[in-house]
Design a binder for this molecule. Sequence first.
Ligand code: GDP
Ligand code: MG
Length: 737
Amino acid sequence: MDATVALAGNPNSGKTTLFNALTGARQHVGNYPGVTVEKKVGTYRLNGYRLSIVDLPGTYSLTAFSLEEVVARDFLAGEKPEVVINILDASNLERNLYLTLQFMEMGLPVCIALNMMDVAGNRGIEIDVDALSSALNVPIVPIIARSGKGVPELMQAAGRLAESQNKPISMVISYGDDIDGALMEMEEQITQRNFLTDCYQPRWVALKYLEKDEQVLKQGRCCDPELAERLTRKAGQIGDHLQKTLNTYPEAMVADQRYGYIKSILRQGIIRFKTDQQRLFISDKIDRIVVNRFFGPLIMLAVLLGLYHFTFTYSEVPVGWLGSFFGWLGGLVETHMQDGLLKSLVVSGIIDGVGGVLGFVPLIMFMFFGIAILEDSGYLARVAFMLDRVFRVFGLHGSSVMAYIVSGGIAGGCAVPGVMATRTLKSRRERLATLLTVPFMNCGAKLPVFALLVAAFFHRRQAAMMFGITLAAWAGALLIAKLLRVTVIKGPATPFVMELPPYRLPTFKGLAIHTWERTWQYARKAGTVILGVSILLWAMMTFPGLPDAVRQDFDAQRQAIRAAAPDAVLNRIDAPAAGEALPAPAEAIRAELLAVDGRQAEAALRHSVAGRLGTALESVSLWAGFDWRTNIALIGGFAAKEVIVSTLGTAYSLGEVSAEESLPLSQALARSPVWSPLAAVSAILFIMFYAPCFVSVICITREAGHWKWGLFSIAFNTLLASALATAVFQLGRLLGF
Ligand code: GDP
Ligand code: MG
């Protein structure tokens, strides 16, 4: 038995590849009769038979819109090949099956070659071949045409189909009541008159009349003009009816129903996506709102504000616990250690310094937890996507966003990885502008300082203030970037490409790991760098001690007070009975003594290295509202921003006398006469914009490729911050704050 086998399928489905694999050198190329479409024919030997293989032109459909479609259709209808091998691209199944359906409606003996199984596999597409085969009621063989895998099996299946005596049954797809009714009526008339039936199935002819197929209409007019006229009228009626009732037309209806049919088949678990297409689809839907021009920014603001509320509301309690713990620890050392340098080192240098930073661990942890949710869910990438539009305006790039965010754009990052993150930027200018401005973000080290000042002076509006601080950092960074891009680093912008990952539900494990990593980083920094810097600063604040003459003077003052007091009172002051309040006169004398101690401590601090530096700067810094204590802290902040809190803690605890009476730092600041809400705002702005910490400067130098950029960021940022803080403080005073 010799047979003809047609290879048919969409363009690029692999027809030619399969054809070559089957026929090798046994092929010849000609043209289809009367047209310039190439016709390739070859032979394949199967079980002693000669199969003649014809490579049909690739088409997506079998309407009569293109020459290729007409040629393919004419061949299939006219030559009636024993087998039609319909080759499908398995990675694009849904679209490819559209043509398959039309073959089956024509009642052709179809055998499906499911090609590109390797591509489908790589894309994570799994196809249940047996289920698809029984759903469509045709043989299906998976193949990889390029390697020849599965091709012999395919030909065996084709051979069985060619030998089989059963005539294929044409597939009947429902096109809705209106069309189905008309099709049935027309089919009957077509069958009665044998209208075009030597080539086509009756139902198929009727369908072509509904689709107004030029070629079939022409053939019909030649064959039986009277019936052709009737069929055309009937089709016209249906068209009008559909237009009126459903506002559609038969061709569209037919295409819709075919795709619907394919979907309904594939949805029965025949096709599975390992890389979850469904999730991609849902992501697209979510994104329609989340990155919407109007709702997107609103949602983003709401999310950020929500994050702050979450962080500050829920972390308050554990922050309090840690504060009490370090207070208790300080008290313990205070009562059990000998007075002297070592005790001063442990209490003021170590416990107050490191404790001040570790006290914020719960807050940092809550913040990082919130950020981890945004990051793991895929929302953070959306933020970057949306902010790209904004970044462009300021001479930056969409990829700058990530660097900003990592640096603390959503407060709590670190400029060091932020500076590293600019490596993804291709343009050198945009990269420089980004890495010079990322240190303005509110990194995890600045956060405790801001939190401290906000708690001290804006207790009622903590979340709103912190939110404002974030906005200020962004606005400042972007404006400065713009300034840099039109002055020091001029140049054109580069285009933005960024992929949005699908949304995922974060896992608790993932969140826990992310939160822990970052919190641990922060805590470790507190334990090492900050401990070192804290001790160094303690030394700077302790040495050189007061000259003997001055100390003797303070001793004399104390002596004078004690001499004037009765012995009984002095005894009670020196050895206070637990839980018993001192009588009023004794309390007054004790207060006098404490005041002397305080004045001595203050004099000692002023006399120290740090004190001298801070005092020398006071003449300038007072314009911005900073006294010498604040100056000491800000100098320390260059080493690491965390040190600002610990130094303030040390400076203020040195000025006090006993640990039991020491107030939390924020209360001490609130009571201090040099501090005020205005001074706090000025300090916040200064800390936000002044020189990046020592480690960041090193990174900037390395990433920018020249030490001059490191120096630039120290000098430029500090000058800018001073100008800003001074302007705000002076203006605020003028306005009466
Ligand atoms: P036609 O337009 O249907 O004739 O398709 P071709 O035979 O020209 O194939 C289109 C492209 O798909 C070519 O680059 C082939 O190498 C490639 N191709 C064909 N079959 C396979 C296959 O099974 N796996 C892979 N990975 N590529 C294939
Ligand atoms: Mg080809």
